[in-house]
Ligand binder design. Structure first.
Ligand code: HEM
Length: 515
């Protein structure tokens, strides 16, 4: 009898599955009704799927063109677009000051945490979400990245440029074409090596991704970036589960280890030397980092792990970014022969007048107004970071772009959108036109340039990259004529946070004049 009763009440597997499915449907419908009609962001336009799930953003990362999609969305829907249930992208240029200005109170979201190395004791500058902690940690090494410190390292940049120019000579002689974007990245990686460790990584000399760092980053970025825009609770499952079933994810995680080991390798040797009491003659950034550790390490808790974090971040953030900026300038110059001519005239005249030495010094190059305009214009049209930099609205809420956002809302501005604003940059904002920087609005336009982020979270490596660009670009154009093999083709870009160009197939010929 008892058995009979039990059989009557025990639900079958089908029934359980049915109940779970019904609960899932009820939850999903309720969630959609809430996000569409009752959520504080419900009134803002955006794609339907973005308003109900963060997986819309994941699909954008997968597509690798979120910059283009965001520009189109803002063009059709206005200055505030909902890009996730709890997140909006804002294209109003004045939002830059409100969100990213010093003491704005806005804080980084957990978008950044997947990028943090698991072994660090303090979060690195990029992924630190705690503003006071970030300020106190950044103060420890900030001066090493000042323009005066970097300018002292000009010789390192010159060494890399010399190797690059040798390669160009061999390409010119052999009439060999090459992908300028790929060479810009090898150059940027070798500069990080020379500046930080007094030796290049060997990419330029070998003519390929010698140690596999570039491939590691290429494998890693799409996966990390997708994890960053996912709901927090699903990220570990995506990374661990993904690694088990998806070879791409496994390869990406292995690459993370490669970058980690590269950072370790770079400092191990120098640390051992220092342990043995050999002070070393190197005047590189690694030497300065160890000097910080020696002089005030105990006081500010800055040890070997913190030195390694700085190196790790430079390996991660220093090459794709700079290479994208250099590639953009050179690509757009090659696409615009009249601009190219005007720039080479400026470089040649300055050389003849004796105001550009050999190798070109940063200060000399920065004084060339047309070069300055071309570099700005390259970074305006194609900022190296191509997504919104997401922040939480601080306690008490905030008015942005004429709308009120409650505390905790995620908001962000994308340089790739703001830099095309016609009210600021003119009706030809989509075109490469360095002459715009000589008009009466130049100072105003400058205030809205956002390629290095803003406020207390402005890029720490900005001066390294600027120094590289202002020195290398005129040096290259003074010695060689470069042109696109297929000027009618567009380049290819892939936006996984770093918006990386490729397919800039280039031909080079030695110049008879200018030097
Ligand atoms: C043209 C080259 C570069 C561009 C366009 C660029 C762009 C950016 C942007 C937009 C941010 C702000 C991110 C945010 O607020 O979410 C940033 C931050 C950062 N960048 Fe760069 N970057 C470049 C080169 C470098 C280099 C060479 C390094 C290292 C050697 C570097 C290291 C960092 C670090 C550590 C941060 C975080 C700063 C902080 O929050 O305190 N970057 N960069």
């Amino acid at each position: 009898m008892l058995d009979y009763h039990f059989q009557l009440t025990r639900p079958s597997l089908d029934t359980i599955a049915g109940i779970l499915a019904a609960l899932f449907v009820i939850y999903s419908v309720s969630w959609i009704i809430y996000t569409r009609f009752f959520h504080p962001l419900a009134r803002y336009p955006g794609p339907f799927w973005a308003s109900v799930s963060r997986f819309w953003m994941v699909s954008q990362i997968r597509g690798a063109h979120a910059d283009k999609t965001q520009r189109e969305l803002h063009a059709h829907l206005g200055s505030i677009v909902r890009i996730a249930p709890n997140e909006v992208a804002i294209s109003d240029p004045d939002a830059i000051k409100t969100i990213y200005g010093i003491n704005s109170g806005f804080t980084k979201t957990d978008f950044y945490t997947p990028w943090r190395p698991a072994w660090c004791r303090y979060p690195d500058a990029f992924t630190n979400l705690d503003e006071p902690l970030h300020a106190s940690r950044r103060r420890i090494t900030n001066s090493l990245y000042s323009m005066s410190s970097i300018a002292r390292a000009e010789e390192s940049i010159d060494k890399c440029t010399a190797v690059l120019l040798e390669k160009m000579a061999s390409f010119a002689e052999a009439k060999r074409t090459f992908d300028m974007a790929g060479w810009a990245q090898m150059y940027a990686f070798d500069v990080v090596g020379q500046l930080f460790f007094s030796h290049m990584f060997g990419c330029l000399a070998a003519g390929h991704d010698h140690r596999g760092y570039i491939r590691s980053l290429d494998l890693l970025l799409p996966i990390l970036c997708a994890a960053s825009v996912m709901p927090t609770y699903i990220r570990s499952l995506f990374l661990i589960g993904g690694a088990l079933v998806q070879p791409r994810v496994m390869k990406a995680l292995t690459s993370l280890k490669d970058i980690d080991e590269a950072a370790e390798q770079c400092i191990a040797e120098r640390h051992a030397q220092l342990e043995q009491g050999k002070s070393g003659d190197e005047k590189d950034i690694l030497a300065s980092l160890f000097a910080v550790m020696r002089e005030k390490g105990e006081k500010v808790d800055f040890g070997r792990t913190e030195v390694k974090v700085e190196v790790y971040v430079a390996l991660f953030a220093g090459s794709d970014t700079t290479a994208a900026a250099v590639s953009s300038v050179l690509y757009h110059l090659m696409k615009s022969p009249a601009v190219y001519k005007k720039l080479t005239n400026e470089i040649d005249e300055a050389t003849r007048a004796g105001s550009l030495s050999s190798p070109i010094q940063y200060k000399e190059a920065a004084a060339l107004p047309y070069l300055d305009a071309c570099i700005k214009e390259g970074m305006r049209l194609h900022p190296s970071v191509g997504l919104t930099l997401p922040r939480h609205v601080p306690a008490g809420g905030c008015q942005i772009a004429g709308a009120w956002f409650p505390e905790g809302t995620r908001v962000g501005v994308n340089a790739a959108v703001v830099h095309r604003n016609r009210d600021i940059f003119g009706n030809d904002a989509d075109n490469f036109n360095p002459d715009r920087w000589f008009g009466p609005d130049a100072a105003r336009m400058d205030r809205y340039m956002f390629q290095f982020g803003g406020g207390s979270r402005t890029c720490i490596g900005k001066n390294i990259s600027l120094c590289e660009m202002y020195k290398m670009i005129p040096e290259l154009l003074r010695a060689y004529h470069i042109e696109l093999v297929h000027p009618e083709h567009e380049w290819t870009t892939h936006n996984y946070w770093f918006n990386k160009p490729s397919n800039v197939e280039t031909r080079v010929t030695a110049r008879a004049t200018g030097t």
